[in-house]
Write a protein that binds this ligand. Structure first.
Ligand code: AMP
Ligand code: GLY
Length: 311
């Protein structure tokens, strides 16, 4: 069997290490595009960019790759899974439409509203003036209550600001929409959200769109500085341990979030297949969705995959 992993980070290295270990049979022949120097120790690196969809589909066809696993979000948001399916190739990763759960926070919030999935209250703004008006309205509590400002599109973990004051929120909005903090396209719209309190957990699962298998829950550490200070990143490190998500919270998350999300994706014919990642805030009222990702987390994958004892 030949397996192709797409990506070039620690997450893809962890995936290749797991696939190469193979608990029950002959390990597959592994390729990784584009890979990196560490990955080259466990897989054959292929000099194709993760977003060169046609090049990757040609390669997978020529090499008769049995399974392709996509590590990062950009190729999925660009339609890699759709193109692979058109070419008759097997891919673990959702369609471009399903990838909107990650590639558009506005889409994700509207999806959650449609399917009554618990998440923070939000409003959408298309320009700075509209955003200011929303902030000055009474929808997000008193002046000194924190709010969260999020760029709609993909921003590699840098598109979210948890603002402690309205002044901070206004500055964040200006930086996102006009100041080039993230790419112009990512911040054409922004989501303004109520700030939730609690501990976070990342719940990942495999799904074929109908059935699913949960992975051990993890928690990543977002802020760049020591002692949980400074701006958010895509994740500085991760842990996985039973205490990250207790049995009661896990049962609630499955019943109120995981199952309605998969049912909603089916109803809307999103063709969700691959890995679903639910970023949770564990509030006193129960788990709330902070975000969806449509692939393994990085660095969550590095912590989770070494715990798996099966193929
Ligand atoms: P996201 O990309 O939407 O998961 O946001 C990145 C990080 O920002 C999360 O992991 C949280 O630490 C924080 N965050 C996002 N939304 C909220 C919220 N509504 N309340 C509090 N913190 C949030
Ligand atoms: N660590 C969070 C993410 O992969 O987006």
């Amino acid at each position: 069997m030949k397996v192709l992993v797409i990506g070039s980070g620690g997450r893809e290295h962890a995936l290749c290490a797991l696939l190469g270990r193979n608990a029950t049979g002959t390990p597959p022949r592994l390729f990784c595009a584009p890979g990196n120097a560490g990955i080259a120790e466990v897989a054959q690196c292929v000099p194709l960019s993760a977003t060169d969809i046609n090049g990757l589909a040609d390669f997978a066809g020529q090499e008769q790759i049995s399974l392709t696993i996509v590590g990062s979000e950009a190729p999925l948001a660009a339609g890699l899974a759709d193109e692979f399916e058109r070419c008759g190739l097997v891919v673990a990763g959702p369609s471009q439409r399903a990838a909107q759960l990650e590639s558009s926070k506005v889409f994700a919030k509207e999806f959650m509203l449609r399917h009554r999935i618990p998440t923070a209250r939000h409003r959408v703004a298309s320009n700075v003036a509209e955003a200011r008006e929303i902030l000055r309205g009474s929808g997000f509590g008193p002046e000194d209550a924190p709010v969260v400002v999020k760029a709609d599109g993909l921003a590699a973990g840098k598109g979210v600001v948890v603002a402690r004051t309205r002044a901070e929120a206004e500055t964040a909005i200006e930086q996102l929409m006009e100041g080039g903090r993230v790419g112009r396209e990512a911040a054409q719209r922004i989501v303004i959200e109520e700030a939730l309190e609690g501990r976070e957990a990342s719940l990942l699962l495999w799904t074929d769109g109908r059935d699913y298998a949960l992975m051990p829950p993890a928690r990543d550490h977002k802020r760049v500085g020591e002692n949980d200070t400074g701006p958010n990143t895509g994740g500085m490190g991760a842990i996985t341990a039973p205490g990250v998500l207790d049995e009661e919270m896990l049962a609630l998350a499955v019943r109120e979030i995981v199952e309605p999300t998969l049912a909603g994706a089916r109803d809307e014919k999103l063709n969700f297949r691959g890995v679903l990642f639910v970023g949770l805030m564990l509030t006193p009222e129960g788990p709330r969705v902070l975000e969806y990702n449509v692939r393994f987390g990085d660095p969550e994958a590095q912590a989770i995959l070494v715990r798996l004892r099966s193929d």
